[in-house]
Design a protein around this ligand. Structure first.
Ligand SMILES: [Zn+2]
Length: 255
Protein backbone atom coordinates (compact mmCIF):
# COMPACT_ATOMS: atom_id res chain seq x y z
CA UNK A 1 0.00 0.00 0.00
CA UNK A 2 2.82 2.43 0.73
CA UNK A 3 3.79 4.75 -2.09
CA UNK A 4 0.41 4.16 -3.74
CA UNK A 5 -2.90 5.95 -3.99
CA UNK A 6 -6.20 4.25 -3.32
CA UNK A 7 -8.63 5.38 -5.99
CA UNK A 8 -11.55 4.64 -3.74
CA UNK A 9 -12.19 4.03 -0.04
CA UNK A 10 -15.60 2.48 0.26
CA UNK A 11 -17.39 2.16 3.59
CA UNK A 12 -19.61 -0.91 3.64
CA UNK A 13 -20.69 -0.80 7.28
CA UNK A 14 -19.56 2.10 9.47
CA UNK A 15 -20.56 0.51 12.77
CA UNK A 16 -17.37 -0.13 14.71
CA UNK A 17 -16.32 0.91 18.24
CA UNK A 18 -16.41 4.46 16.86
CA UNK A 19 -18.27 5.15 13.60
CA UNK A 20 -15.95 5.12 10.62
CA UNK A 21 -15.51 8.79 9.53
CA UNK A 22 -17.68 9.27 6.46
CA UNK A 23 -15.15 11.59 4.80
CA UNK A 24 -12.41 8.96 4.35
CA UNK A 25 -12.92 8.68 0.63
CA UNK A 26 -13.08 12.42 0.14
CA UNK A 27 -9.94 13.11 2.23
CA UNK A 28 -7.74 10.10 1.44
CA UNK A 29 -8.51 8.73 -2.00
CA UNK A 30 -6.10 9.69 -4.80
CA UNK A 31 -3.61 10.72 -2.12
CA UNK A 32 -0.29 8.89 -1.70
CA UNK A 33 -0.02 6.79 1.42
CA UNK A 34 3.56 7.65 2.34
CA UNK A 35 4.18 5.54 5.44
CA UNK A 36 2.68 2.89 7.67
CA UNK A 37 3.87 2.87 11.27
CA UNK A 38 2.82 1.10 14.43
CA UNK A 39 2.65 2.44 17.98
CA UNK A 40 1.40 0.16 20.76
CA UNK A 41 -1.70 -1.56 19.42
CA UNK A 42 -2.29 1.10 16.76
CA UNK A 43 -1.44 1.21 13.08
CA UNK A 44 -0.78 4.67 11.72
CA UNK A 45 -1.25 5.41 8.03
CA UNK A 46 0.45 8.63 7.02
CA UNK A 47 -0.66 10.47 3.87
CA UNK A 48 1.10 13.01 1.65
CA UNK A 49 -1.48 15.70 2.51
CA UNK A 50 -0.43 15.48 6.19
CA UNK A 51 -3.43 13.47 7.28
CA UNK A 52 -3.06 10.53 9.64
CA UNK A 53 -5.36 7.54 9.75
CA UNK A 54 -5.15 5.86 13.15
CA UNK A 55 -6.55 2.38 13.33
CA UNK A 56 -7.01 -0.30 15.94
CA UNK A 57 -7.89 -3.90 15.09
CA UNK A 58 -9.88 -4.39 18.29
CA UNK A 59 -10.31 -8.07 19.13
CA UNK A 60 -11.06 -9.60 15.74
CA UNK A 61 -10.31 -6.97 13.10
CA UNK A 62 -8.11 -8.01 10.19
CA UNK A 63 -7.26 -7.01 6.64
CA UNK A 64 -7.43 -9.26 3.63
CA UNK A 65 -5.87 -8.76 0.24
CA UNK A 66 -7.82 -9.58 -2.89
CA UNK A 67 -7.58 -9.05 -6.65
CA UNK A 68 -11.33 -8.63 -6.88
CA UNK A 69 -13.87 -7.65 -4.26
CA UNK A 70 -16.23 -10.34 -3.01
CA UNK A 71 -18.40 -9.32 -0.07
CA UNK A 72 -17.95 -11.28 3.13
CA UNK A 73 -20.08 -10.99 6.22
CA UNK A 74 -18.60 -8.43 8.68
CA UNK A 75 -16.73 -6.47 5.99
CA UNK A 76 -16.59 -2.80 7.05
CA UNK A 77 -14.58 -1.02 4.40
CA UNK A 78 -12.15 -1.49 1.56
CA UNK A 79 -9.34 0.46 -0.07
CA UNK A 80 -9.40 -0.04 -3.84
CA UNK A 81 -6.02 0.32 -5.54
CA UNK A 82 -5.33 0.01 -9.28
CA UNK A 83 -5.21 -3.77 -9.30
CA UNK A 84 -6.05 -4.97 -5.78
CA UNK A 85 -8.28 -4.42 -2.78
CA UNK A 86 -7.39 -4.21 0.92
CA UNK A 87 -10.49 -5.10 2.90
CA UNK A 88 -11.15 -4.59 6.62
CA UNK A 89 -13.33 -7.20 8.31
CA UNK A 90 -14.26 -7.24 12.01
CA UNK A 91 -16.64 -9.79 13.51
CA UNK A 92 -16.87 -8.29 16.99
CA UNK A 93 -16.68 -4.62 15.87
CA UNK A 94 -14.17 -3.45 18.51
CA UNK A 95 -11.81 -2.08 15.88
CA UNK A 96 -11.86 1.53 14.74
CA UNK A 97 -10.54 4.19 12.35
CA UNK A 98 -9.92 7.84 13.22
CA UNK A 99 -8.69 10.57 10.91
CA UNK A 100 -6.44 13.41 12.15
CA UNK A 101 -4.69 16.49 10.86
CA UNK A 102 -1.02 16.51 11.84
CA UNK A 103 -1.32 19.03 14.69
CA UNK A 104 -4.18 17.23 16.42
CA UNK A 105 -2.62 13.83 15.77
CA UNK A 106 0.51 14.35 17.88
CA UNK A 107 -1.59 15.13 20.94
CA UNK A 108 -4.45 12.74 20.32
CA UNK A 109 -5.69 11.00 23.45
CA UNK A 110 -4.90 7.52 22.14
CA UNK A 111 -1.16 8.17 21.79
CA UNK A 112 -0.32 11.10 24.04
CA UNK A 113 0.44 9.28 27.30
CA UNK A 114 1.46 5.95 25.87
CA UNK A 115 4.44 4.24 27.52
CA UNK A 116 7.58 3.07 25.70
CA UNK A 117 7.61 0.28 23.15
CA UNK A 118 8.55 -2.94 24.97
CA UNK A 119 11.18 -3.92 22.41
CA UNK A 120 12.96 -0.58 22.60
CA UNK A 121 15.93 0.04 24.90
CA UNK A 122 13.97 2.59 26.94
CA UNK A 123 11.94 -0.24 28.43
CA UNK A 124 14.66 -1.20 30.89
CA UNK A 125 15.28 -1.64 34.61
CA UNK A 126 15.58 2.08 35.41
CA UNK A 127 12.41 2.93 33.54
CA UNK A 128 10.56 0.07 35.24
CA UNK A 129 11.73 1.09 38.69
CA UNK A 130 10.87 4.75 38.28
CA UNK A 131 7.46 4.09 36.67
CA UNK A 132 6.23 1.14 38.72
CA UNK A 133 5.96 2.89 42.09
CA UNK A 134 2.17 2.85 41.86
CA UNK A 135 0.37 0.55 44.25
CA UNK A 136 -0.85 -1.94 41.66
CA UNK A 137 -0.74 -5.65 40.85
CA UNK A 138 1.99 -6.47 38.37
CA UNK A 139 -0.47 -7.98 35.84
CA UNK A 140 -2.48 -4.76 35.80
CA UNK A 141 0.68 -2.68 35.51
CA UNK A 142 1.81 -4.59 32.40
CA UNK A 143 -1.67 -4.18 30.90
CA UNK A 144 -1.54 -0.41 31.45
CA UNK A 145 -0.70 1.12 28.04
CA UNK A 146 0.70 4.22 29.76
CA UNK A 147 3.29 2.05 31.51
CA UNK A 148 4.34 -0.03 28.50
CA UNK A 149 2.77 0.04 25.04
CA UNK A 150 1.05 -2.78 23.25
CA UNK A 151 0.92 -5.65 25.75
CA UNK A 152 -2.39 -7.51 25.70
CA UNK A 153 -4.05 -9.94 28.03
CA UNK A 154 -2.61 -13.17 26.60
CA UNK A 155 0.98 -11.91 26.64
CA UNK A 156 0.81 -10.53 30.17
CA UNK A 157 -0.08 -13.96 31.59
CA UNK A 158 2.64 -15.61 29.52
CA UNK A 159 5.29 -13.04 30.44
CA UNK A 160 4.67 -13.48 34.17
CA UNK A 161 4.78 -17.26 33.86
CA UNK A 162 8.11 -17.09 32.03
CA UNK A 163 9.41 -14.67 34.67
CA UNK A 164 8.13 -16.93 37.52
CA UNK A 165 6.33 -13.95 39.08
CA UNK A 166 2.78 -14.22 40.38
CA UNK A 167 0.29 -11.87 38.68
CA UNK A 168 -1.05 -11.05 42.15
CA UNK A 169 2.20 -9.50 43.35
CA UNK A 170 2.16 -5.81 44.10
CA UNK A 171 4.55 -4.12 41.67
CA UNK A 172 6.17 -2.21 44.55
CA UNK A 173 7.26 -5.50 46.14
CA UNK A 174 9.30 -6.74 43.16
CA UNK A 175 13.01 -7.32 43.65
CA UNK A 176 15.66 -6.35 41.13
CA UNK A 177 16.08 -9.84 39.64
CA UNK A 178 12.31 -10.21 39.31
CA UNK A 179 12.02 -6.93 37.43
CA UNK A 180 14.85 -7.94 35.13
CA UNK A 181 13.16 -11.30 34.53
CA UNK A 182 9.90 -9.58 33.61
CA UNK A 183 11.63 -7.22 31.17
CA UNK A 184 13.62 -10.02 29.53
CA UNK A 185 10.58 -12.30 29.33
CA UNK A 186 8.57 -9.52 27.72
CA UNK A 187 11.14 -8.98 25.00
CA UNK A 188 11.70 -12.71 24.39
CA UNK A 189 8.01 -13.62 24.23
CA UNK A 190 7.14 -10.77 21.87
CA UNK A 191 10.04 -11.56 19.54
CA UNK A 192 9.14 -15.24 19.43
CA UNK A 193 5.45 -14.54 18.89
CA UNK A 194 6.14 -12.10 16.04
CA UNK A 195 8.34 -14.75 14.41
CA UNK A 196 5.52 -17.29 14.64
CA UNK A 197 2.81 -14.96 13.30
CA UNK A 198 1.21 -13.94 16.59
CA UNK A 199 -1.56 -15.60 18.53
CA UNK A 200 -4.94 -16.38 17.04
CA UNK A 201 -7.63 -16.25 19.69
CA UNK A 202 -9.97 -19.13 20.35
CA UNK A 203 -13.24 -18.01 18.81
CA UNK A 204 -11.72 -16.12 15.91
CA UNK A 205 -12.08 -18.41 12.94
CA UNK A 206 -11.57 -17.05 9.45
CA UNK A 207 -11.10 -19.69 6.82
CA UNK A 208 -8.66 -17.80 4.59
CA UNK A 209 -6.57 -16.47 7.44
CA UNK A 210 -3.47 -18.26 8.64
CA UNK A 211 -3.49 -19.01 12.33
CA UNK A 212 -0.88 -17.42 14.56
CA UNK A 213 1.37 -20.25 15.59
CA UNK A 214 2.37 -18.71 18.91
CA UNK A 215 -0.91 -20.21 20.09
CA UNK A 216 0.88 -23.57 20.31
CA UNK A 217 3.53 -22.03 22.57
CA UNK A 218 1.15 -20.75 25.24
CA UNK A 219 2.06 -22.09 28.68
CA UNK A 220 -0.75 -20.73 30.84
CA UNK A 221 -3.25 -18.63 28.85
CA UNK A 222 -6.48 -20.59 28.28
CA UNK A 223 -5.04 -23.63 30.07
CA UNK A 224 -6.97 -23.46 33.34
CA UNK A 225 -7.25 -26.81 35.13
CA UNK A 226 -4.63 -28.25 32.80
CA UNK A 227 -1.26 -29.57 33.92
CA UNK A 228 1.51 -27.01 34.14
CA UNK A 229 4.06 -27.70 31.40
CA UNK A 230 6.92 -26.74 33.72
CA UNK A 231 6.20 -28.45 37.05
CA UNK A 232 4.20 -31.26 35.39
CA UNK A 233 1.89 -33.02 37.79
CA UNK A 234 2.60 -30.80 40.77
CA UNK A 235 0.11 -28.13 39.86
CA UNK A 236 -2.76 -27.23 37.60
CA UNK A 237 -3.08 -23.83 35.97
CA UNK A 238 -5.40 -21.41 37.78
CA UNK A 239 -7.69 -18.78 36.30
CA UNK A 240 -8.55 -15.61 38.18
CA UNK A 241 -10.11 -12.29 37.20
CA UNK A 242 -8.08 -9.08 37.60
CA UNK A 243 -9.45 -5.73 36.54
CA UNK A 244 -12.24 -7.51 34.67
CA UNK A 245 -9.83 -9.62 32.60
CA UNK A 246 -8.84 -13.29 32.90
CA UNK A 247 -5.40 -14.05 34.26
CA UNK A 248 -3.84 -17.51 34.12
CA UNK A 249 -0.93 -18.67 36.25
CA UNK A 250 0.73 -21.59 38.02
CA UNK A 251 0.76 -21.16 41.79
CA UNK A 252 3.62 -23.64 42.06
CA UNK A 253 5.95 -21.94 39.56
CA UNK A 254 5.10 -18.29 40.13
CA UNK A 255 5.80 -16.50 43.41
ZN1 LIG B 1 3.97 -24.96 37.36
Amino acid sequence: MTGQKANKINIINNKLRYKIPNNLNQRLSNTILTKINRRGKYLILEYENNLFLLLHLGMTGYFRFSKIYNFKKHDHLYFKFDDFYIIFNDIRKFGYFKLYEHKEFVNCKHLKNMGPEPLKKEFDFNYFLKSSKRDTKIKNLLMNQNFVAGLGNIYCSEILFKASVSPQRNSKSLKKDEILNIINSTKKILKKSIKLGGTTIKNFIVSDLKIGYFKNELNVYGRDNMTCKRCKNLCHIKKIVQNGRSTFFCSNCQF
